[in-house]
Design a binder for this molecule. Structure first.
Ligand code: FKS
Ligand code: ZN
Length: 344
């Protein structure tokens, strides 16, 4: 399987993450990438590509252009205001407040954020842009005939919505790939999100579209981040009615129960007539993950990959979460190897 990756991820390295009332070392940090690259190298994934620059309309298709402009200029505006720390949102437009982006950068930061654990730094825009370009490049390679490709995206993307960031995500890499498949001629596309956390951003972007089916298996939002999205009764609206499918699962979920949900999601995406597949691949479902509560084991990821490969669809994997840094490499690679074992 082809791998697309870039050193530009290093440009996004926030100093801290607001967690438990403290500023801690971010869970989503650059050495995650190294763990995955080491495991890819060890497993012989030697066909490695750099991302091609993203065409101008690729982001506008899945994000509000004003939000993209905000991300592009945020750091310069922040430093022009005299701040020298990372950008951490602190004031949000909740119920009954005005839903308009103000002029002040501190206000716009809160307006475009849905959570405060995620900082914007001097290099965040460049890293996020490279990450989206990785997803788009991987999709392009698959649309031109590769059966599958892995985009080692960092920062991740599935929490980034039409016009908001949070949950370590800025640009929605999976959405860029899914829309790319549509542009390249697939009539119907599926995004399958196996990260521990609900892919609220991807759901948001495609909620009213019938051409992109979205299914997510995740920790029940009654107990887990992102807290306000990912319940079973969220099923799409308008033309997208029935094209969103959520599987909230309880803390402690192991591979047997998880696999039942996966089988259902796979049946649904096949029923939907998907011609191409984007997998939001997070491995924070691992039992040893420090911020999640599922109990998957390293071998389970091989079986997961075999199930996904059996779908026989042109497939782009985009990296999402996973924080047990020593294990995320082998867990990720096991999915890709499993896929190759069963895909035609
Ligand atoms: C736990 C606090 C959780 C934020 C978790 C963000 C998860 C991000 C992710 C992504 F794939 F996007 F990276 N804080 N008590 O893993 O879904
Ligand atoms: Zn996650």
């Amino acid at each position: 399987m082809l791998v697309v990756r870039s050193d530009d991820h290093l440009l996004h390295a926030p100093a801290g993450e607001v967690y438990g009332g403290r500023l801690v070392e971010p869970f989503e940090r650059p050495d995650r990438w190294n763990s995955i690259v080491a495991a890819l190298d060890a497993a012989g994934f030697t066909d490695v590509r750099e991302p091609e620059p993203l065409d101008a309309d690729a982001l506008a298709a899945v994000h509000d252009p004003r939000y993209v402009d905000f991300l592009r200029t945020a750091w310069d505006e922040w430093t022009a205001d005299g701040y020298d720390g990372d950008m951490i949102p602190t004031c949000f437009p909740v119920r009954r407040m005005q839903q308009h982006p103000p002029i002040d950068i501190d206000g716009r930061l809160g307006y475009y954020a849905f959570a405060a654990e995620t900082s914007i730094t001097s290099g965040t825009w460049s890293a996020a842009l490279a990450s989206a370009a990785i997803a788009r490049t991987a999709q392009g390679l698959v649309s031109r005939g590769e059966s599958a490709a892995f985009g080692l995206c960092r920062p991740p993307g599935h929490h980034a919505g039409l016009d908001y960031f949070g949950g370590y995500c800025f640009l929605n890499n999976a959405a860029v790939a899914a829309h790319g498949f549509r542009e390249s001629g697939a009539e119907r596309v599926a995004v399958l999100d196996v990260d521990f956390h609900h892919g609220n951003g991807t759901q948001d972007i495609f909620y009213d579209r019938g051409d992109v089916f979205f299914a997510s298996l995740h920790g029940d939002p009654a107990h887990e981040f992102p807290h306000f999205s990912g319940f079973a009764d969220e099923t799409g609206i308008g033309a997208g009615t029935g094209a969103t499918c959520n599987y909230p699962l309880p803390p402690g979920t192991g591979f047997i129960e998880w696999s039942e949900a996966l089988a259902d999601a796979c049946a649904r995406l096949v029923e939907h007539g998907a011609e191409a597949l984007v997998v939001s691949l997070g491995v924070d479902t691992f039992g040893g993950d420090p911020i999640s509560s599922f109990e998957l084991a390293t071998d389970d990821y091989s079986e997961m990959g075999r199930s996904l490969g059996r779908l026989g669809l042109p497939t782009v994997y985009v990296m999402e979460g996973g924080y047990a840094v020593d294990a995320i490499g082998v867990n990720t690679v096991n999915v890709l190897v499993g896929h190759e074992e069963t895909s035609p």
